[in-house]
Write a protein that binds this ligand. Structure first.
Ligand code: ADP
Ligand code: BMX
Ligand code: ZN
Length: 314
């Protein structure tokens, strides 16, 4: 039987049916407005889940959710989803599907599992799977094994410090990679520098991040050659390069996969990232790391969440 997979991101819920080979065959998304309260969020998710399941028999429910969370208990407080604080997501879905196994992990850990299983990390026993979107997340596979960490929160590379005196982060810290390289931070920085979006309005932007600006429009302007937009993407690339150089030294990685909305900017981001990485990863073992775009696109979180059930995880 298929797995019902749930992905809780900073701007949207995604729900899909995933078969035993990791193929997503039915999926839908719903935005999570920043103002939505706890009950409204649960109602939205619950309806989406019913809509996608279509009454089919399921092997279980797999959930990827933005961190931090208590794990494996699954009370979630996604940093970028203010409406949920200590929300008992695993317990609520267990109550909704009595008898079915319900497994949960960090959303970026799920993405890493998926990229390792079926994506750009295939065949790499030591990898970091990253997501650069509303937040910046990561999950580690070392020696072919998923690394949970003491409380299920390992791999949170978004909160590695790249600027000790840098801007405040949602986690309470300062100068975290996420504070610099998350999509909304890029748009805010560029506006501050005097950028005014020239790329046309993009109707499928989930909602405006800052006025009419989004990282998506910023990336389009950068690709068209706008100087400030290029600097903003380069700043993010530089921060990512620093964090990846550190991670490579720490974990002796084969591959880093990068997905999430902001990664779709392409070479305006990956170019500067590579320059910084080459500059700061000095030892041969760290220099061998390959940084590649994620292969699975927006379904990665669902595939990884399904894998939690298929692998009979905790
Ligand atoms: P979520 O955070 O909910 O997982 P996404 O992965 O779509 O959602 O990430 C949303 C972020 O990615 C926003 O900041 C958005 O502006 C940015 N984004 C989306 N598409 C692009 C693109 N093509 N280039 C650059 N940034 C993008
Ligand atoms: C979240 C982060 C990660 C998550 C990442 C990307 C914390 C506490 N949570 O802020 O768990 O993987 O950003 O998530 O750092 P997304 O919601 O932007 O897709
Ligand atoms: Zn932080």
């Amino acid at each position: 039987a298929p797995v019902l997979a749930v992905d809780v991101g900073g701007t949207k819920f995604a729900v899909g049916m995933v078969d035993a080979d990791g193929e997503v065959y039915r999926a839908a998304r719903a935005p999570t407005p920043p103002t939505a309260g706890s009950a409204e969020l649960w109602r939205t998710l619950s309806e989406l889940v019913d809509h996608i399941r279509e009454g089919e028999r399921i092997a279980g429910v797999g959930i990827g959710c933005g961190g931090p969370m208590t794990w494996p208990r699954g009370e979630v407080s996604p940093l970028n989803l203010a409406g949920w604080r200590d929300f008992p997501l695993r317990a609520e879905l267990t109550a909704k599907f009595p008898g079915a196994p319900v497994r949960i992990h960090n959303d970026a850990i799920c993405v890493a599992i998926a990229e390792h299983w079926r994506g750009a990390g295939r065949g790499s026993a030591n990898m970091l799977g990253m997501v650069v979107s509303t937040g910046v997340g990561g999950g580690l596979i070392l020696g072919g094994k998923v690394i949970d960490g003491g409380t299920g929160n390992a791999g949170h590379i978004g909160h590695v410090i790249v600027e000790p005196e840098g801007v405040a982060c949602g986690c309470g810290g300062r100068g975290c990679l996420e504070a610099v390289a998350r999509g909304p931070a890029l748009a805010a920085w560029a506006l501050d520098q005097g950028w005014r979006p020239t790329a046309p309005e993009m109707p499928d932007d989930a909602y405006r991040e800052y006025g009419s600006a989004t990282a998506r429009r910023l990336a389009a302007d950068a690709i068209a050659g706008d100087e400030i937009a290029l600097s903003a993407m380069a700043r993010a690339g530089h921060a990512l390069g620093l964090a990846i150089a550190s991670a490579s030294h720490l974990c002796d990685l084969d591959v880093v996969t990068i997905g999430g909305g902001v990664s779709q900017a392409g070479h305006v981001l990956f170019g500067p990232l590579d320059v910084t990485l080459r500059e700061h990863a000095r030892m041969d073992f760290a220099r061998r790391v390959r940084v590649v775009p994620a292969a699975l696109g927006q379904d990665a979180g669902l595939v990884g969440a399904a894998a939690l059930v298929l692998a009979g995880d905790r």
